[in-house]
Write a protein that binds this ligand. Structure first.
Ligand SMILES: NC(=O)c1ccc[n+]([C@@H]2O[C@H](COP(=O)([O-])OP(=O)(O)OC[C@H]3O[C@@H](n4cnc5c(N)ncnc54)[C@H](O)[C@@H]3O)[C@@H](O)[C@H]2O)c1
Length: 263
């Protein structure tokens, strides 16, 4: 743009009209909010997770934004499921522009004392949070390249700093932040690859933290905005990163953490 040209609205206001987005782990929580956010911004959306009823319910909700939607059941640890998710999406919608790798979990304290964590438990976390994103991105790659599309990985503040007693989860999310940078290099200039790193968000995953008053208080004491995020507050940055408003951003991880990592 030169001084004389007008600002193109699509270059500054996130608008996903005419695009097709796949959101993994889209059955509830942050994934559901991102799927609805993509639909609100005009994208046709495929919601995917392991539970049929959940993905269908979110697809129905997303349709109320006037876009076309599907729910496709898939486990991101299964190569065949992931391939089917992507090929079905392309069959139905004719292409794929946006992939959101959101499926993830944190077994947290359920793994017991750090010294007792079995390597199999580490594998299980990596298989969903890191390899799941790798598998899905690899399957979607040719279509995203063709569409000059975008990947948004849902990382975590646990991908930016260490957390005590969480090392499998922290390893998986640091891996995802690293993979975001590396894929951004390999796939440029056709595909932008970015991540959003949520802080503490009010979902099923953080239910035990929200219920434990001592833990809840210690989290809020470190969070300048003094609350857990609503899932929709992660959808906004995800929609932005997927959109043309972020056209010169790639390889970046944007913290949406109420200031938690600023401290
Ligand atoms: N809630 C938070 O505070 C928080 C903070 C930082 C990052 N995150 C990340 O955000 C993402 C979503 O978390 P959430 O809080 O909404 O959790 P959630 O438990 O409410 O939802 C997770 C979703 O992922 C799906 N999922 C899990 N394993 C899967 C698999 N193998 N295949 C397909 N889908 C699978 C679940 O079915 C569910 O739909 C995760 O990657 C999580 O690590 C969450």
């Amino acid at each position: 743009m030169t001084d004389e040209t007008a600002v193109d609205t699509g270059a500054v206001c996130p608008d996903l009209s005419g695009q097709v987005a796949v959101v993994t782990g889209g059955g509830r929580g942050i994934g559901r909010a991102i799927a609805l956010g993509m639909a609100a911004a005009g994208a046709d959306v495929v919601t995917s997770a392991r539970t049929d009823a959940e993905v269908e319910a979110v697809a129905d909700e997303a349709r109320t934004y006037g876009v076309d939607t599907r729910g496709i059941t898939a486990d991101v640890t299964e190569d065949e499921d992931v391939k089917t998710l992507i090929t079905e999406t392309v069959d139905v919608f004719g292409g794929l522009d946006i992939l959101v790798n959101n499926a993830g979990f944190n077994p947290g304290d359920a793994l017991g004392e750090p010294d007792a964590i079995e390597s199999g438990a580490v594998d299980a976390v990596l298989d969903v949070n890191l390899r799941g994103a790798f598998r899905t991105t690899r399957a979607a790659g040719p279509y995203l390249r063709n569409a000059e599309g975008a990947v948004v990985n849902v990382a975590s503040v646990a991908g930016l700093v260490g957390l005590p007693r969480q090392h499998p989860y922290v390893a998986s999310k640091h891996g995802l932040v690293g993979m975001t940078k590396s894929m951004a290099m390999d796939w440029a200039p056709e595909v932008r690859v970015n991540a959003v790193a949520p802080g503490y968000v009010a979902t099923n995953l953080t239910e035990p933290l929200q219920r434990n008053e001592e833990l809840r208080r210690s989290i809020l004491d470190r969070t300048p905005l003094d609350r857990f995020a609503d899932p929709v507050e992660i959808a906004g940055p995800a929609v932005f990163l997927a959109s043309r408003a972020a056209s010169f951003i790639t390889g970046e991880t944007v913290a949406a953490d109420g200031g938690w990592t600023a401290r």
